[in-house]
Design a protein around this ligand. Structure first.
Ligand code: ADE
Length: 234
């Protein structure tokens, strides 16, 4: 999987790729994260990438020429999709992450300042994605959320011990509670059922905990789950 990120701040992307699971996936070639900086495509001697909005208003707007030229310099592979990070986009979710994980190349457009000149959208026609109903200072953090989430779904990124199988959301439920050593901490005990080695009982306990947690913490997801094809969960 190749991620190509169009960004004015490539260091923000590189920084996340230098640690832990993402570093391992990048080093081993399971994923490849490349950045492209529109500032290198300006025709202006001051390397200007933004300007004030026509019609007035606060902030600066990303100019179309450096951005579009930068995008056009990226070699597109056959199975490629282009995403734009914007609070106006469709909400990102585990389902969308699954869908995107089937692409060979994902090009991600990050904005900064007040936003993109509308002609960047008109020309590139990206799929617009939001990571939530709030506004961040730029698209790099949303891009990293998406890269991280999709990468976890790619065979080989997670080791056996970090399996994505039991993740929250994979079947529409939150994850069950986890415990490790010691057995008792500040008087709080690890549930007995997890210590007895009966895998069937452990599985049932964990499933019930998933239901309970989802019902308490995310009643919206719980309703969806039981109304879908799991009425026996009630
Ligand atoms: N850029 C700024 N805020 C954003 C958001 N919530 N989602 C995606 N891109 C953004």
């Amino acid at each position: 999987m190749r991620f190509e990120v169009v960004t004015l701040f490539p260091e923000l992307i590189a920084s996340h790729m230098s640690f832990s699971i993402m570093k391992r996936a990048n080093d081993s070639g399971i994923i490849d994260v490349i950045t492209h900086n529109p500032r290198n495509y300006t025709l202006d001697k001051h390397k200007k990438v933004d300007d004030t909005p026509y019609g007035g208003g606060a902030g600066m707007v990303l100019m179309p020429q450096p951005y579009v030229d930068c995008y056009n310099s990226i070699l597109k592979t056959k199975n490629s999709i282009t995403l734009m990070m914007t609070p106006q986009g469709e909400p990102f979710s585990d389902k969308l992450s699954d869908e995107l994980s089937s692409y060979q190349q994902i090009i991600i457009l990050c904005g900064h300042y007040e936003g993109f000149d509308e002609r960047i959208r008109d020309i590139i026609k990206p799929r617009e994605i939001s990571i939530g109903d709030y506004v961040l200072t730029g698209g790099e953090l949303p891009a990293l959320c998406i890269i991280d989430s999709i990468s976890r779904k790619i065979e080989g990124t997670l080791g056996k011990i970090e399996s994505a199988h039991d993740d929250s959301f994979t079947e529409g439920l939150l994850e069950y509670p986890q415990y490790t050593k010691p057995r008792i901490y500040q008087g709080l005990k690890v549930p007995e059922v997890l210590l007895n080695g009966n895998h069937k009982m452990i599985e049932e306990f964990r499933f019930q905990q998933k239901l309970l947690r989802t019902k308490n913490k995310r009643p919206d997801l719980y309703e969806k789950y039981i109304n879908k094809d799991n009425p026996s969960a009630t």
